[in-house]
Design a protein around this ligand. Structure first.
Ligand code: ADP
Ligand code: MG
Length: 748
């Protein structure tokens, strides 16, 4: 695609502006035009200087009285002080820079007599009100005519995401320069004209003018709405195309065995110690039918924590094994992979001992393949996978990247892995001669629009009920400041252990000497498996430091209430083999109290665990707490979750913890959680690389718009699957996919 939009800014603008824009990642005309204003200052509501209150963000219309630049007194750098007036009151503006030269641009513009709109946050300095580094737009600098100046001053002022070297007013000027040279023909519109007409939306060109040069508030609203629609439309069209292509792709059909030739699945069902829930049966039938088709299954299975997704997956795997294929089960962590292998072997019993003495004659094998295996065990597992001896291969998702060969991979099940998005699925598809069937499982309830955006090309099944016979979970909030309650907490742990049960104690970080922020941020010191998902690490900077696994374990060993108990430790920095050993000791009951990071968050299944104590619970996200809590109350004994909180009553953090104590409805909690987070987090939590192309669209807020776009785009793609009639839409889809393909290749 070439054209005016692809022109480099160095050509379109040139000068010193272009390099500064390039530094912000804005290289082409198109990049600049997609750099949308973050908000608009409203000069119609100019604040009276007299009424400025410190802390408020304001815009004032004022004239420059004087401007002085001088070196700073106590440190290096220069300071520019500008006094402006509205005719009656004075206000000072302050600009700092490393050297006086950097202030020259302001000096040049803010000459006495110049009039402008100045926006910033009001502060008070020595009793005087001032704006530090205000954004400003001069009025009347380009025009002599006073009427025009007044008109200019009445327009909404776009405020751009800016940097120190490229302030918003410079961006505004650059955008205008570029926009003024473009015509309707220069701006191809990916949304077909018929759709625009039906929805009453402006063209892309018009929309760009509306957001960058609005004449009134309604303009930029209309422009933004149209651009949002476009983002949703292009994304949904891409997903519709993927669905259409997947439906044409070949897979090996793996139909269930007929009743008169029972295989492993039938024998497994016969030895199942419980009856399947209604949901497990329904979803099982959907999956069985998908597997029987010669197109790859693309299914997402959502199911509340403890709803029994593993059995559904195992039954699907057995159907494939019965049909002569193999299945891979991918878990997000090595701990979970090892646990899955143990669970599957236990559930299958002799059926998983094919070829072994005492095993079922036509049984299969479950191979575990993780990075921590010794060389001999690894070779054995690889061999079992390659020869087909292992019908089921369990591992982390590294399994797909490694040089693991399968005799005939028919099904891939991905457990609890939100990062398993479109790109990973492409990698998977590239793996076999024909695409394997795919089942993605998640316990995080995903609101419909997020699912549509992130997993838009998957069919969705849900398990809504939890097997009966569970006694449920009671949740209480324990104020950390109350020593009697804390003491009682450890006594409750003791009582559970004395009754033959086990306890988790969850902490937000590993080492007591890490600072809280490092545990909270991704890429902090915690190991990969920990992924502590703390909300806003800065939220509690004035609060006590977060409790740490190693410190808490030592304390508990010295706590009288817990005397004589074996207290284990688990976190992501431990070598995988050690993690495994710790989990095995806990599962067997040798260890009764496990102090851990959130490494146990997903899928760990120890039915005897009945109590969970979460320290600093108020610092975790809601969904994460819900996931954590799902680790207890999985057996027949009731579960107890004690949320130790340092949150002040009445704060959002306290509300979060209380909400959790009030409901066990994962869907409601997920909605609440989303409301408390911002967009990046939402998509981050639900995964997807492709969302980088979403600039204005908000997947939760814009649910209706996404639905509309989905309908419209589905119709367009259905009528013209290769988009031969819609080259501009095809281009937009290609452009949207490109950056992530690169990212994907880098990772591979
Ligand atoms: P999740 O959906 O969270 O992965 P699991 O598959 O780990 O849940 O199942 C949780 C527990 O419930 C397991 O111990 C499993 O054996 C048990 N379970 C699964 N289905 C049923 C059922 N229909 N009746 C009783 N228990 C079940
Ligand atoms: Mg599970």
């Amino acid at each position: 695609m070439t054209g005016r939009l692809q022109e480099p800014l160095s050509k379109a603008i040139g000068g010193r502006t272009a390099p500064a824009l390039t530094k912000m990642g804005l290289v082409t005309v198109d990049d600049l035009l997609r750099h949308y204003p973050r908000r608009y200052a409203d000069p119609g509501q100019l604040t009276d200087i007299e009424l400025l209150t410190p802390g408020e963000h304001v815009s004032v219309l004022a004239r420059v009285l004087e401007a002085t630049v001088r070196p700073m007194r106590n440190r290096r750098g220069a300071l520019m002080q500008v006094v402006v007036t509205d005719g009656r009151h004075r206000l000072s503006l302050t600009f700092f820079a490393r050297h006086a030269g950097a202030l020259r641009v302001h000096e040049h513009k803010l000459r006495p007599g110049a009039t402008g709109v100045f926006s910033g946050v009001v502060s008070a300095y020595r009793g005087e009100r001032q704006l530090t580094h205000p954004d400003y737009v001069l009025v009347g600098s380009d025009v002599d005519d006073a009427d025009e100046a007044m008109y200019e001053a009445s327009l909404p002022i776009p405020i751009y995401p800016a940097t120190a070297s490229m302030p918003t007013w410079k961006l505004q000027r650059a955008v205008r320069t570029v926009l003024d040279t473009l015509t309707e023909d220069d701006v191809p519109d990916p949304v077909p004209a018929a759709v625009l007409a039906r929805k009453g939306l402006p063209t892309r060109y018009e929309a760009l003018r509306l957001v960058h040069r609005p004449e009134r508030d309604a303009d930029y609203r209309r422009g933004r709405h149209r651009l949002r629609f476009e983002e949703a439309f292009v994304l949904q069209a891409a997903l519709a195309q993927r669905r259409a292509r997947a439906a044409q792709e070949d897979a090996t059909a793996r139909p269930p065995r007929p009743a008169d030739q029972p295989g492993l699945l039938a024998r497994f069902d016969a030895r199942l110690p419980f009856t399947l829930t209604e949901g497990q049966r329904t979803v099982g039938e959907q999956v069985a039918a998908d597997l029987a088709r010669p197109q790859p299954m693309q299914r997402l299975l959502q199911g509340e924590v403890g709803s029994g997704k593993t059995v559904v997956a195992l039954r699907a795997m057995l159907q494939v094994v019965d049909a002569g294929g193999q299945a891979a089960l991918l878990a997000p962590t090595e701990v979970l992979a090892a646990q899955h292998a143990r669970t599957l072997r236990a559930m299958l019993g002799p059926l998983a001992e094919g070829g072994l003495l005492g095993g079922a004659e036509d049984g299969t094998r479950v191979a575990l393949l993780t990075g921590s295996l010794g060389a001999a065990a690894r070779k054995e597992a690889l061999l079992q996978a390659a020869s087909g001896e292992a019908g089921i291969v369990v591992g982390t998702h590294a399994l797909l990247g490694e040089h693991v060969q399968f005799a005939d991979l028919g099904l891939v099940v991905v457990d609890e892995q939100h990062r398993f998005g479109v790109e990973q699925r492409d990698a998977l598809r590239a793996k076999g001669r024909v695409a394997p069937h795919l089942l993605v499982m998640t316990a995080t309830p995903i609101p419909r629009t997020v699912a549509m955006t992130v997993f838009g090309d998957l069919e969705v099944s849900s398990l809504t009920e939890v097997p009966t016979g569970r006694s449920g979970i009671t949740t209480h909030v324990v104020p950390a400041a109350n020593p009697r309650w804390l003491e009682r907490t450890w006594q409750r742990v003791r009582e559970e252990v004395d009754a033959g049960h086990r306890a988790y104690v969850v902490c937000a970080r590993i080492h007591p000497d890490d600072d809280g922020a490092s545990a909270g941020g991704k890429g902090g010191k915690a190991g990969d498996d920990d992924l502590p998902d703390l909300l806003d690490p800065s939220e509690g900077t004035d609060r006590q430091p977060l409790r740490a696994v190693l410190e808490v374990a030592d304390e508990l060993r010295a706590t009288p209430a817990l005397a004589g108990l074996d207290v284990g430790v688990l976190h992501g920095q431990m070598p995988p083999a050690e993690k495994d050993a710790v989990m095995a000791r806990f599962a067997s009951g040798q260890t009764q109290v496990l102090v851990s990071t959130t490494v146990i968050e997903v899928g760990v299944d120890v039915p005897e665990a009945t109590v969970m104590v979460v320290l600093d619970a108020d610092r975790f996200g809601l969904s994460q707490l819900h996931q954590l809590r799902g680790r207890v109350g999985r057996g027949s004994a009731p579960g107890l979750c004690l949320l130790v909180s340092t949150a002040e009553p009445g704060t959002p953090a306290a509300a979060r913890v209380e909400a959790l104590a009030e409901t066990t409805d994962g869907f409601r909690l997920a909605q609440l959680d989303l409301e408390q987070r911002d967009e990046g987090d939402v998509l981050g939590a639900a995964q997807s690389g492709r969302t980088s192309s979403l600039r204005l669209l908000r997947v939760v807020k814009d649910a209706d718009l996404i639905e509309e776009a989905r309908e419209e785009s589905a119709a367009v793609v259905a009528a013209d699957p290769e988009l031969a009639e819609h080259p501009r839409l095809a281009d937009a889809i290609a452009a949207q996919l490109a950056p992530d393909q690169e990212e994907f290749l880098e990772r591979a």
